[in-house]
Design a binder for this molecule. Structure first.
Ligand SMILES: Cc1cc2nc3c(=O)[nH]c(=O)nc-3n(C[C@H](O)[C@H](O)[C@H](O)COP(=O)(O)OP(=O)(O)OC[C@H]3O[C@@H](n4cnc5c(N)ncnc54)[C@H](O)[C@@H]3O)c2cc1C
Length: 283
């Protein structure tokens, strides 16, 4: 590898290097990027290492009750964070099932968002939690809702030279959450995943759900969620909810499962996750 490495001391310096050096890429944990470089899938001219940027580290509760996770926060720290309570627990549940201990020790949430693997475990939970992604570039800072962050297969709203600074989840009503990952073996990427939280607002309980690995971005339908309100115990209403998400799916065939298998799994995984959260499968 002929790339040279820069160690910026601030976010502004990092995005300055990324904008001014053609072919430069940010590196965080290196879990995915080093594998891609070794396989010659990418050949960066320069690596801008984000490891010294304190601003990108750790989880914090903001004054408005939102939760902010710095881009350099590692999966193991998210999986073990006591700050993740209420609906935000979903992120802890997802981090805990990423790959294996070495990858969780290395990988970061910013790297996972920058890479945007459709099967990555954070994407569905962040969509389900109405998260926003904080971005920095040479021309300043901006926030993008998770619903608009993934633009296509491995394609994000990041412009060249921009980096993810943090993910921010708004305060949400407390409610049960579940992250279900269907994988060939423990530690593999998901064949399909389901991030689910129940939300009660006085008009009845509904499900907020995002399905992962069945298209470039997590599948979610707020319209179908409203139609399901009050119907979580009704098998036909839950099946209609599953069919609504299935209609938006665009899965591919790969080593983890065929597109057809993934399509069939969507309503099943959703129904079984809802049954588990509502207690319907206990009895
Ligand atoms: C063997 C293996 C198994 C894995 N299994 C899973 C799994 O089951 N579930 C799962 O979700 N993930 C899995 N991953 C991916 C893992 O979570 C990675 O850690 C993650 O995708 C990238 O994080 P990183 O910090 O290592 O990023 P890096 O490898 O440093 O970077 C990845 C990409 O993102 C870019 N990038 C890095 N930081 C930023 C930033 N702040 N802003 C913008 N772009 C950035 C880089 O330029 C690069 O293109 C696996 C990875 C490996 C190697």
């Amino acid at each position: 590898m002929s790339a040279f490495v820069r160690h910026p001391a601030s976010v502004e310096e990092a995005v300055g290097w990324l904008a001014s050096i053609p072919g430069a890429l940010p590196i965080s944990g290196g879990a995915s990027l080093m594998a891609m470089i070794n396989a010659r899938l990418v050949e960066p001219s320069c690596l801008v290492n984000l490891e010294r940027l304190e601003e990108l580290r750790g989880l914090s509760l903001q004054a408005d009750g939102s939760l902010r996770i710095g881009a350099m926060t590692r999966h193991r720290d998210i999986a073990g964070s006591a700050l993740l309570v209420g609906a935000h627990v979903l992120l802890r549940q997802a981090a805990a099932v990423i790959a294996n201990r070495p990858v969780r020790n290395m990988g970061t949430i910013g790297g996972a968002l920058g890479h945007a693997d459709p099967a990555a475990d954070y994407l569905g939970p962040l969509r389900c939690l109405d998260a926003e992604i904080e971005i920095a570039g040479r021309s300043g800072r901006r926030s993008v809702p998770m619903s608009q962050f993934i633009l296509g297969w491995y394609e994000t709203a990041l412009a060249p030279g921009e980096i993810v600074v943090a993910a921010r989840a708004p305060p949400l009503p407390a409610g049960a959450t579940l992250y279900r990952k269907v994988a060939r073996v423990s530690g593999d990427f998901a064949t399909i995943s389901c991030a689910l939280r129940l939300e009660e607002d006085g008009r009845g309980t509904t499900a907020r759900a995002a399905i992962g690995a069945c298209g470039p971005a997590p599948l979610r339908s707020e319209t179908a969620e409203e139609l399901l309100r009050g119907g979580l115990g009704d098998a036909e209403a839950v099946a209609r909810f599953g069919a609504a998400l299935q209609a938006h799916a665009d899965p591919i065939d790969d080593v983890r499962g065929s597109a057809d298998y993934r399509l069939k799994l969507i309503p099943r995984v959703l129904a079984s996750a809802i049954a588990e959260l509502t207690g319907a499968d206990r009895g």
